[in-house]
Design a protein around this ligand. Structure first.
Ligand code: AMP
Length: 190
């Protein structure tokens, strides 16, 4: 199964991806984690990405796409994967679609985790990551609204978009997620 998670920072994509990965036994590709790793290793890409990440901007499409698509080519992703944090722009989505179409394995579902801005701000304030500083959070939310939210319309046209309420305990949110994934598995089996 090829699954994309969409949601603003603090929506719970990371927590829910972990659970879903365990449930479906497919790997998670978190672009945030992958980018933080290359920044730490100070690779060429890492050196270019770090300035964008620290300031709350999106890393340029070509840098992120290279990292994700290389990772998706590895053997453990043959049965699908969970994309947490990718795509985040329409250009990334179009290039991902083209890449998947060439391999004849289109996306199965795009799941949006929806959480109100008040709750996001509360959650991010206690998370304490370096890019969770108040001003940077505001910028990241703005970037989400401007660059990533349009993906919802983009995926609507292919009937791939599903939304779940991200408010509640991790168990409650996962129940909603499981409902969606199970219904897709059933349709696939038919
Ligand atoms: P995250 O951990 O998903 O919140 O990502 C942390 C940061 O990594 C973001 O604020 C961006 O700077 C960068 N990033 C992660 N995924 C992407 C992506 N798909 N496109 C561009 N930048 C990204």
């Amino acid at each position: 199964m090829q699954i994309v998670f969409i949601g603003p920072p603090g929506a719970g994509k990371g927590t829910q991806s972990l659970r879903l990965s365990d449930y479906l036994q497919i790997p998670i590709l978190s672009t945030g984690d992958m980018l933080r790793a290359v920044c730490k290793q100070q690779t060429e890409v890492g050196k270019q990405a770090v300035q964008y990440m620290e300031s709350g901007h999106l890393v340029p499409d070509h840098l992120v796409e290279k990292i994700v698509l290389d990772r998706m080519s590895e053997s453990d992703c043959q049965g699908g994967c969970i994309l947490d944090g990718f795509p985040r722009t329409i250009a990334q989505a179009v290039n991902l679609d083209a890449w998947l179409a060439e391999r004849n394995c289109p996306l199965n579902v795009v799941i949006e985790i929806r959480v109100s801005e008040d709750v996001l701000l509360e959650r991010l304030a206690v998370r304490g990551r370096q890019d969770d500083d108040h001003e940077i959070i505001r910028l990241r939310l703005k970037q989400y609204a401007k660059l990533t939210y349009p993906l919802i319309d983009y995926y609507e046209q292919f009937d791939l978009h599903k939304v779940i309420d991200g408010i509640g305990t991790a168990d409650e949110v996962f129940d909603r997620l499981q409902g969606i994934v199970d219904s897709i598995e059933c349709t696939k089996d038919r």
